[in-house]
Ligand binder design. Sequence first.
Ligand code: FES
Length: 145
Amino acid sequence: MYSEKVMDHFQHPRNVGEIENASGVGTVGNAKCGDIMRMYLDIDDNGVIQDCKFKTFGCGAAVATSSMATELVKGKTIQQALEVTNKAVMEALDGLPPVKVHCSLLAEEAIHAALWDYAEKHHIKIEGLSKPKNDISEGEEEDEY
Ligand code: FES
């Protein structure tokens, strides 16, 4: 039911962890299942994503899609990172079963939430970025989970 790539990223997720003093941090919750994901971005002065890490309290598909998403945004500009949609992540993973498609949204929204945080901290507006509706970043403790 899962592709080899999904199984690989689920069993050996890339870029799990935190980035200290990250340029942007975003946390999103999946309204359908209650799973949570936090994404950390390290963005340099040229707007290039140098590093990306994630932590999740979520299902296997959420782990696999986040892992792949972090790989896809690393080294990209902010504008290129916005093109890393859940569809792009699913394609890179050779697909997900239909009932698991919603899980891939966590990764996309977590990237957007982290970029939103970056934009707010730097008082800039990122073209084409809106605050994800499942952004639950505000008012939370850093070491909540
Ligand atoms: Fe919750 Fe997959 S079932 S993210």
